[in-house]
Design a binder for this molecule. Structure first.
Ligand SMILES: Nc1ncnc2c1ncn2[C@@H]1O[C@H](COP(=O)(O)OP(=O)(O)OP(=O)(O)O)[C@@H](O)[C@H]1O
Ligand SMILES: [Mg+2]
Length: 345
């Protein structure tokens, strides 16, 4: 099965189509007629999609099984925030966590989606803010970006409220503030704006208290969008890929953090460092993991995210790993991470 089969196969029906048929009609949106997502040719990924190499096939215990038979491309119904299901628990202190590493392709968006979905499945209320013009967190959850009228760009640049763009209940307990390619213009347009570094913080202020966790998926750069995330966040989660050059650029990232901390956000702290794409068969992965633990000490999560083909396939089905392959080791790892996060408080 090819990686993008989920996107190409038009005959596949969204999983929740039946259940949401009435609702979809009501809001004039029929996922079956929705256009098939094409990767935006104008947006180049910093790293290519992981391909299913022979090495991967051996590394992933689940790879030899066919994709889960119930796996279908899941288009997310474009509900409005007013249609959000009632929250049944009392939300405690909201934690705003920016998922940040200016190095590309280290697993920021994958972690945003799968950690968010795992916490949502544990009964938490989670908001994911896609702050990357590539919009991978949005498309990875089946949100069809070309159907969106407004995105996080409009919140940063105009008077649009965050609740005007939030798509509620994308998965259990999980809401998403999506991004489109329009966001690429924000880096330039914000330069001439007043209080340009505090735009996201101000927007989040209106929904703080409604979520247990707000995760911000940052772009792979240290520009004005990332500065907005650093100002808005209480804490940083830094994914580090278990590959050569893993720690390259980390000093620059920590310098940016320190600068924002001293000037704009004194409470900013590192929440945790996450080892991603770990391949236990290679000495390199082990060496990198040891080096990262040596450098960051106890901030490194005990949970390590393994490199699996299923994790890389899941976004093309618009599903988090706990829906796409709930019993696989990828889902297991992100559930373990969610437990660690909720214990860390
Ligand atoms: N644990 C994993 N196992 C296998 N593939 C993975 C894993 N984590 C991420 N990937 C794949 O690696 C690629 C990069 O991951 P991702 O998009 O999450 O990184 P990123 O840091 O958000 O990238 P960017 O800097 O471009 O925003 C994606 O194709 C993703 O599917
Ligand atoms: Mg990303």
């Amino acid at each position: 099965m090819g990686l993008f089969d989920g996107l190409k196969n038009q005959s596949r029906k969204p999983k929740d189509q039946e259940g949401n048929a009435a609702e979809s009609e009501q809001i004039g949106y029929n996922p079956e007629n929705a256009p098939v997502i094409e990767r935006d040719p104008n947006v180049s990924r910093e790293t290519s999609v992981v391909s299913s190499t022979q090495e991967d096939l051996q590394a992933d215990a689940y790879t030899n099984e066919p994709a889960p038979s119930e796996a279908v491309y899941t288009a997310t119904p474009l509900r409005s925030y007013a249609e959000k299901k009632p929250v049944r628990h009392v939300v405690g202190t909201t934690k705003v966590i920016a998922i940040l590493n200016q190095k590309g392709g280290v697993g920021k968006s994958t972690t945003t989606i799968n950690l968010g979905a795992a916490l949502g499945a544990m009964g938490k209320q989670v908001l994911l803010i896609d702050l990357d013009p590539q919009g991978n967190t949005s498309s990875g959850l089946g949100i069809e970006k070309n159907l969106l009228n407004e995105c996080i760009y409009d919140v940063l640049i105009s008077d649009t409220q965050l609740t005007d763009i939030i798509i509620p209940d994308v998965c259990e307990g999980l809401d998403v503030a999506p991004a489109t390619i329009n966001l690429a213009g924000a880096e330039v347009e914000l330069v001439s704006e007043m209080a340009r570094e505090g735009r996201l913080k101000e927007a989040i202020g209106h929904v703080r208290g409604k979520y247990d966790y707000i995760f911000i998926d940052c772009p792979p750069s240290l520009g004005l969008l990332t500065v907005n995330a650093l100002v808005a966040a209480d804490k940083l989660l830094i994914p580090i890929q278990c590959e050569f050059y893993a720690l390259e650029g980390v000093t620059k990232l920590l310098d940016s953090m320190k600068r924002v901390k001293s000037l704009l956000n004194p409470g900013l702290e590192i929440y945790g460092v996450l080892l991603t794409m770990y391949d236990g068969r290679t000495t390199l992965s082990k060496q990198v993991a040891a080096e990262v633990r040596n450098f960051f000490g106890r901030t490194v999560f005990d949970t390590v995210i393994p490199r699996t083909v299923k994790i890389s396939e899941a976004p093309s089905f618009g599903q988090p790993i706990n829906e796409y392959d709930p019993t696989g080791k990828g889902a297991e790892a992100y559930c373990a991470l969610a437990r660690e996060v909720s214990q860390r408080g």
